[in-house]
Design a protein around this ligand. Structure first.
Ligand code: ZN
Length: 194
């Protein structure tokens, strides 16, 4: 298995150089950012942001979706609550990406009829379908952006998120990462809460 040789390389070449960082992290974590992104294997949050262990608190799922609070998605909800109320992160980044399969599935819901778990999950972003002009050739790109902004809307429905934002203790950002050329679009998050 290739992963085992990766661990061996990490332990012999990488860990010795980072020993001090990891030892310091034994006393706890103080990440400043909750980074919400897609499960897509082409996205590597630490590589993209050049951050080290201890710097990003991460939620990943298909389509970087933040369900509305109270809808029973406790994995996401509990992780957001821990980030905001316990770790008191200063930033939340929702990072979508180019060529996102989850958003492409959302735009073609009928293609997911045989995969109900995926269909029901991406439908949490169904509002995107109301916002994107279906005749537009670049509709997947538009949907990827609209999907990020929708998740910011959902985040603001979490009372402790809204409270921290109002108190200027927390800022929320929407990004779209184009992995094929390394570019990042910084979206206007005001559009999300308008
Ligand atoms: Zn994706």
């Amino acid at each position: 298995m290739r992963l085992a040789s990766g661990i061996e390389k990490f332990q012999t070449l990488v860990y010795p150089q980072m020993r001090r960082d990891f030892r310091e992290l034994e006393s706890g974590q103080t990440p400043e950012t909750l980074f919400i992104t897609c499960s897509d294997s082409r996205i590597n949050p630490n590589l993209l942001t050049q951050t080290k262990p201890g710097e990003l608190f991460v939620i990943r799922n298909a389509g970087n979706i933040v369900p509305k609070p109270g809808t029973g998605e406790l994995s996401v909800e509990a992780t957001i609550q821990y980030a905001v109320e316990v770790l008191e992160v200063k930033n939340i980044v929702v990072c979508g990406h180019s060529h996102c399969g989850a958003v492409t599935g959302l735009m073609n819901l009928d293609s997911l009829d045989s995969m109900p778990a995926i269909k029901n999950w991406v439908r949490k972003s169904e509002k995107v379908l109301d916002q994107v002009n279906h005749s537009d050739e670049g509709r997947i790109c538009e949907a990827i952006k609209a999907n990020v902004l929708l998740q910011i809307e959902h985040l603001m429905e979490y009372p402790y998120v809204a409270k921290a934002v109002a108190a200027q203790q927390l800022e929320i950002y929407g990004w779209v990462y184009h992995f094929e050329n390394g570019q990042v679009e910084f979206l206007d998050q005001e559009a999300a809460v308008a």
